[in-house]
Design a protein around this ligand. Structure first.
Ligand SMILES: *Cc1c(COP(=O)(O)O)cnc(C)c1O
Length: 365
């Protein structure tokens, strides 16, 4: 068997760098509960992400659940969202007792089709939860206009969009809140971790309660909160990885550009262009294997697998078709989301992926 290549490989600092960085924990024995490293990472990420305010969490999913909960939507409210995403987005809505309303996406970037949102609004609509899928920026201006017109909230799932800038601001500075994931498989990781970014400082206090049992004093609990704090070992991992993030993204960029060069001559294989007004973070390398290509997406997927290359069908099936959600919610036509889900294949992309690795993968097409 050839060397196996997985869809991603977690970025890690040097062993010695991390060990040196966690040494002080053996002096303080302060391992979690908003310790010194938690605070440091919050302040460094606020700068790096160019956001007004940030709250760290144990993972991206809890960040999403708590961000939604923070706004206190009525129990039977509807949330307009995309089915072309990781299951976490839909789970976070449903686990908050809210009803997902699935809006179609745009064929050229996979983000929610803003022209189809307004038709889905009812008197129960409380929020829009779009996803900057693959780091592609949603149509922020149009979504904001709709939100203002109907007085509803916008919470972006920015799990794929770490470090992306749009206009002069960080991507997390838009909407009422944005949610990031620092999972091991993401472009920036704290092993497990996540964050909510927002501009209204009241949200910080609300999230603080929700992530720490609502404890506000030794004998005072003001709210029914969960436990979703980031621990100090993860915060240190984040501080170390953040030092190398620029370098890491440059290496991903090199590999991504090599893929693009190789695929540019292949008829029927499409790569995504991205938005001119946004920076790229090279988090993923999705391609579309269209109907005019000589083999189907599933044939390519299988062939790669036989050669030890583990591409992934991100995102197939659409979340609304998953066993736990199928036929449960309002039926809405989502032809573009379905077509993308049928054609997409996410190829390996990580900082150590060499041009030779890319050639080996593309040669199998
Ligand atoms: C990874 C991811 C999440 C969940 O983040 P975790 O840190 O894994 O909990 C949510 N939404 C999207 C789109 C993701 O890719």
């Amino acid at each position: 068997m050839d060397k196996e290549i997985f869809v991603t490989r977690s970025s890690m600092p040097d062993y010695v760098e991390y060990i040196e960085a966690i040494k002080p924990l053996w002096e303080t024995h302060w391992l979690t509960n908003m310790g010194a490293y938690h605070k440091q990472l919050e302040s460094q990420l606020k700068k790096y992400l160019k956001v007004p305010d940030i709250s760290l969490t144990v993972n991206g999913h809890m960040a999403l659940e708590l961000a939604i909960q923070a706004f206190g939507f009525p129990r039977d409210a509807e949330v307009i969202t995309t089915p072309f995403t990781f299951i976490s987005t839909t789970h976070a809505i449903v686990r908050n007792g809210l009803t997902p309303v699935f809006c179609d996406v745009k064929p050229y970037d996979g983000t929610i089709d803003e022209t189809k949102i307004e038709n889905l609004i009812t008197e129960k609509t409380a929020a829009i939860i779009p996803v900057h899928v693959y780091g592609h920026v949603c149509n922020i201006e149009e979504i904001q206009k709709i939100a203002e017109k109907y007085n509803i909230k916008v919470i972006y799932d920015a799990a794929h969009a770490f470090g992306v800038e749009y206009g002069s601001k960080g991507i997390g500075a838009y909407g009422d809140a944005s949610v990031f994931s620092f999972h091991a498989t993401k472009v920036f990781n704290t092993v497990e971790g996540g964050a909510v970014t927002f501009s209204d400082h009241k949200i910080y206090e609300k999230l603080y309660n929700l992530k720490n049992f609502g404890i506000r004093g030794e004998e005072l609990v003001t709210e029914v909160g969960a436990n979703a704090k980031m621990n100090e070992f993860c915060a240190v991992m984040g501080l170390c990885n953040l030092k190398h993030i620029h370098n890491s993204m440059q290496k991903r960029k090199r590999a991504a550009e090599h893929y693009i060069r190789r695929f540019s001559e292949m008829e029927g294989i499409m790569t995504f262009r991205g938005n001119d007004k946004a920076t790229k973070n090279y988090a993923y390398f999705p391609i579309l294997i269209t109907d005019i290509y000589k083999s189907s997406r599933d044939e390519i997927y299988k062939k790669l697998k036989e050669h030890g290359i583990h591409a992934r069908k991100y995102f197939f099936p659409v979340t609304s078709d998953q066993a736990c959600f199928k036929n449960k919610y309002r039926y809405i036509e989502i032809p573009c989301a379905r077509s993308l889900a049928e054609q997409v294949l996410t190829l390996p992309l990580y900082e150590e992926l060499s041009d030779e690795d890319v050639d080996k993968i593309v040669d199998l097409f």
